[in-house]
Design a protein around this ligand. Structure first.
Ligand code: AMP
Length: 220
């Protein structure tokens, strides 16, 4: 089994990166960091700076400088990159990828693999724009794939479901366009390092995870 892997997950919003990050983290005993989740936590605590909130709500990217500092200071330096990690949603630009490579190189480290959880654009659109969440208990639904028993209400606690601001159609269009226009190019950046692996994200999460393990030379 690969020990202490350092893994980056790429993929359109809705590709299931978060689910795979949790499975990898559980199997290999490494911590995971989601930059999107980090921002959502800040928002919940009322600590998300207004200019960052505006960018996120519109579906755009937070500046490279801000995200690099957050990932380095809030995650990599506290967890210790030596022990391995899974990054979900970072890097998203070549400038971020270069920063990460240089950060690791200073410790004589490098990434183990970069996994692209690949889904078609239409699937991404339905999975995200159809998502509804319960503000009380965090459970999630999808109006296309997993509707609540009663329209618009949480199955568990009955609270009215909401749609995340950045899950609205216009934001999702922008998030997908941003991925295609900017983040997609990381594929060739990492392929040039021989680290890029593509897995089929349309399959069920366990099948996707098996494919990732095979790619990491650790058959299920
Ligand atoms: P996610 O949940 O990963 O889709 O992230 C939600 C939002 O947070 C994104 O649409 C961006 O606005 C912002 N964000 C998260 N990670 C990054 C990053 N690495 N670079 C720039 N913006 C980011």
């Amino acid at each position: 089994m690969v020990r202490h892997p350092r893994i980056v997950l790429l993929g359109l919003p809705g590709s299931g990166k978060g689910t795979q990050a949790a499975l990898i983290a559980g199997k290999f005993g490494v911590p995971t960091f989601s930059s999107g989740e980090y921002f959502r936590n800040l928002r919940r605590e009322g600590k998300l700076p207004a200019e960052i909130a505006t960018k996120i709500n519109a579906g755009g990217l937070v500046s490279d400088e801000d995200v690099n500092i957050i990932v380095a200071e809030s995650f990599l330096s506290t967890q210790g990159a030596q022990a391995g990690f899974v990054l979900d949603g970072y890097p998203r630009t070549v400038a971020q990828a270069t920063f990460l490579d240089q950060y690791l190189a200073k410790q004589n480290l490098s990434l183990t693999a970069v996994v692209d959880v690949d889904i078609p654009v239409e699937t991404a659109f339905q999975r995200i724009s159809g998502r509804r969440v319960c503000p009380a208990d965090g459970s999630t639904y999808n109006i296309y794939y997993s509707r609540p028993e009663k329209d618009g209400l949480c199955n568990i606690c009955g609270s009215p479901l909401i749609q995340r601001e950045d899950d609205r159609e216009e934001s999702v269009q922008t998030r997908i366009a941003t991925y295609e226009g900017i983040t997609r190019s990381l594929g060739s950046y990492y392929a040039a390092q021989g680290k890029f692996v593509v897995v089929d994200g349309t399959r069920d999460p366990e099948a996707v995870f098996s494919e990732i393990q095979e790619a990491l030379n650790d058959p299920a």
